[in-house]
Each structure stands twice: as structure tokens, then as C-alpha cells.
Ligand binder design. Structure first.
Ligand code: ADP
Ligand code: S3P
Ligand code: MG
Length: 175
């Protein structure tokens, strides 16, 4: 039985690489944020605005418990998922967990176009975003580093980065 959960900071590539890995392995793909949006018929920014971050975290945990029961799946979670409740221990019990690790500079490059979809970044200037990424990554790193596997995606430079990530993940996990 294959059940893989990709974790890591916002912009690390969990959604993009997870989708590509699932295509490569011909397995269904579940992105926690997409699943939440479909189930609750609201976008992530709407849920943050209406329920606050705490409300979002409760929904996120509930949906994690649902999705992480599925078999033969690739799952990508949100950047905050491992850092709340006992989610990280739960994921480690349920799945093979992989931390997609990237430097603050790489994360910033990936995130600067996509900040509107991310409520934690949306009101920040570029400088504030850089600072926030550095500070919150330092807080989150101890959670991420509890993953069973780590793949450093910072070193993969632009050309075919996604394909390289998929190849390396398959090597790492023997798939
Ligand atoms: N390995 C990668 N190489 C190049 N671009 C990437 C890579 N991973 C992510 N990106 C880009 O970064 C942005 C954020 O990726 P996304 O998959 O949404 O990250 P996450 O789900 O971890 O927040 C997207 O525009 C995506 O195309
Ligand atoms: O890091 C976070 O706390 C969040 C990350 C987002 O997912 P991505 O990591 O896929 O951007 C999304 O779950 C929400 O905006 C909160
Ligand atoms: Mg994502």
C-alpha cells in the first residue's frame, strides 16, 4: 500500500510536485487545500476571513484525518498542517512523510506571484514577506524535520525542476 504525504513551507512545491508524482505513479492525488475548498465550497482565503486561522486549522485537521485514511494515494498538505495539534505524529503513523525543503530565497521566488491565494502573505510587501518567510520557517522547521524523508528542492535549478523532483522522490522512496 502506498500513501505518501508531502509537507513543507508554502511555496516549496507540495501541490505541484505532488500532482506530478501522482501522474508519474498513476495514483490519485489529494491536495488538502483543494479538498477543503471543494468540501466547504469556499476558497482558503474566504475560510480564513470568515472562520479565522483557528477555524481553518480545525477544518484542516478534520480533513487530514479523512484523506489520510485513503489507500494508494499521494497527498500534499498545506504549509501549516504539520505545525498544529498532533498532525505531524498522525501523518507519520499513517504515511510515508516527505519534507520538501527549500531555502527562504527559493521560497520567496516561488511565492511572490502567488501571494493572493495565501492569506498569511497577502498584505505583505516583498521585504515583509522575505522577513516573514525567514522567521516563520525557523519556527516551523522543527515540525518539518520530523518527516521520515527530506528532499532538498533548493538545489534543483529551474530547468525541469518538477521532473527532477519526481525522479528524486521515486528514488528516495524506492517507487
Ligand atoms: N520544484 C519547483 N521548480 C520550479 N517551480 C516550482 C517548484 N515547486 C514549486 N514551484 C512553483 O512555485 C509555486 C508554488 O508551488 P506550490 O506547488 O503551490 O507550492 P506549495 O503547495 O508547497 O505551497 C508555483 O508557482 C510552482 O509552479
Ligand atoms: O503555511 C500555511 O500556514 C498555509 C499554507 C497554504 O498551503 P500551501 O503550503 O500549499 O501554500 C494554505 O494551507 C494556507 O494558506 C495556510
Ligand atoms: Mg499547496
Amino acid at each position: 500500500m502506498t500513501r505518501i504525504i508531502l509537507i513543507g513551507y508554502m511555496g516549496a512545491g507540495k501541490t505541484t510536485v505532488g500532482k506530478a508524482l501522482s501522474q508519474s505513479l498513476a495514483l490519485p492525488f489529494y491536495d488538502l487545500d483543494w479538498y477543503i475548498e471543494e468540501r466547504y465550497r469556499r476558497t482558503i482565503p474566504q475560510i480564513f476571513a470568515e472562520n479565522g486561522e483557528n477555524g481553518f486549522r480545525e477544518i484542516e485537521q478534520k480533513i487530514l484525518h479523512e484523506v489520510a485514511e485513503f489507500e494508494n494515494v499521494i497527498i500534499s498538505c498545506g504549509g501549516g498542517t504539520p505545525c498544529f495539534f498532533d498532525n505531524m505524529e498522525y501523518m507519520n503513523r499513517q504515511a510515508q512523510t516527505v519534507y520538501l525543503k527549500a531555502s527562504p530565497d527559493v521560497l520567496f521566488q516561488h511565492l511572490k506571484m502567488g501571494k493572493v491565494e495565501r492569506p498569511l502573505l497577502k498584505d505583505k510587501t516583498e521585504d515583509e514577506m522575505k522577513q516573514y518567510i525567514r522567521d516563520s520557517l525557523a519556527i516551523r522547521e522543527p515540525f518539518y524535520s520530523r518527516a521520515q524523508y527530506t528532499l532538498d528542492v533548493s538545489l534543483l535549478e529551474n530547468y525541469d525542476k518538477i521532473k527532477d523532483s519526481v525522479r528524486l522522490l521515486r528514488e528516495l522512496l524506492n517507487l
